[in-house]
Design a protein around this ligand. Structure first.
Ligand SMILES: NC(=O)c1ccc[n+]([C@@H]2O[C@H](COP(=O)([O-])OP(=O)(O)OC[C@H]3O[C@@H](n4cnc5c(N)ncnc54)[C@H](O)[C@@H]3O)[C@@H](O)[C@H]2O)c1
Length: 257
């Protein structure tokens, strides 16, 4: 799918990868770029720079998703591409408080359920639509020291796959973006994991470029770090060997209990 001439929504577009996607989609000739974020000031700043349209949304709230989709369609017409990109990250384990588990589940996973609950009926009526889910390499592999992030990103990948399988024959396309480190405020706050990923970290603009190629090719898995595909193969071929290697990495980072 080419973005030129399309109505595009990007959540979490006030910063980082989402902002880079919004800017790049604008340069590609999208007819309307909706810059949606819980931080309306940040969204407004990004939107002003690209002649886009800022919207406030809390992706963890179903009603807020519904309002975003309804308002965008009322003002700009059918949404062609919806980028479910907003996400949060923090370190945590099995001892982490339930409220924190729920907060991350809401933003990193349930947001995708809420958005598609309102998008899929519209797209089925029209015979198509495109969903881009920003998950993470952590959704395919694992994130040392971050149980909630690993679990919610696995859920995001699984749900994206399920939507693609279920509605592919109805013209609904899905891509799932799974980067490793990307130089954004999120990575800067990621402590030891950031140190580990720093060497191979990409800029958000580089990721946006890979996304445009992935959308053009209508590829499900968009991997800005191609080595993630090799890691995935190793994991599938020898799960015990892969876990042992991750345990060594964990020990090296001194995050072991
Ligand atoms: N930066 C990385 O290294 C990296 C790697 C892999 C995947 N990702 C994923 O990429 C996506 C974007 O991350 P980023 O690095 O650009 O982070 P970022 O922190 O720079 O931007 C995230 C944006 O999401 C917004 N947001 C947070 N909660 C929200 C909510 N409830 N509703 C609406 N907006 C909300 C924030 O206000 C912020 O503008 C996330 O899903 C993240 O998990 C990031």
């Amino acid at each position: 799918m080419r973005v030129a001439g399309k109505v595009v929504v990007v959540t979490g577009a006030g910063s980082g990868i989402g902002a880079a996607l919004a800017r790049r989609f604008s340069r590609e000739g999208a007819v309307a770029v909706i810059v949606a974020d819980i931080d309306l000031d940040a969204a407004t700043t990004v939107a002003e720079g690209i002649d886009g349209h800022a919207f406030k949304v809390d992706v963890a709230d179903e009603d807020s998703n519904r309002r975003l989709i309804e308002d965008v369609e009322a003002h700009f017409g059918p949404i062609h591409l919806f980028c479910a990109n907003a996400g949060i990250a923090f370190e945590g384990d099995e001892q982490t408080a339930d409220e924190e588990w729920d907060r991350m589940l809401g933003i990193n996973f349930k947001a995708h359920v809420f958005a598609t609950r309102h998008l899929i009926p519209l797209w089925l009526d029209r015979g198509g639509g495109y969903l881009l889910v920003t998950a993470s390499a952590a959704g395919l592999l694992s994130n040392i020291g971050a149980a909630q992030y690993t679990v919610t990103k696995h859920a995001a990948v699984a749900f994206a796959e399920w939507i693609s399988i279920t509605y592919g024959d109805k013209g609904i396309k899905v891509s799932c973006l799974c980067p490793q480190g990307v130089r954004t405020p999120m990575l800067e706050q990621s402590g030891k994991v950031a140190e580990l990923l720093a060497e191979t970290a990409l800029t958000a603009d580089e990721v946006a470029s890979v996304v445009v190629d992935g959308l053009d090719a209508e590829r499900f898995l968009i991997l800005p770090h191609p080595e993630v595909a090799d890691f995935l193969l190793r994991k599938a071929a020898d799960r015990d060997g892969w876990i042992a290697a991750m345990q060594r990495l964990q020990a090296r980072l001194r995050l072991s209990k």
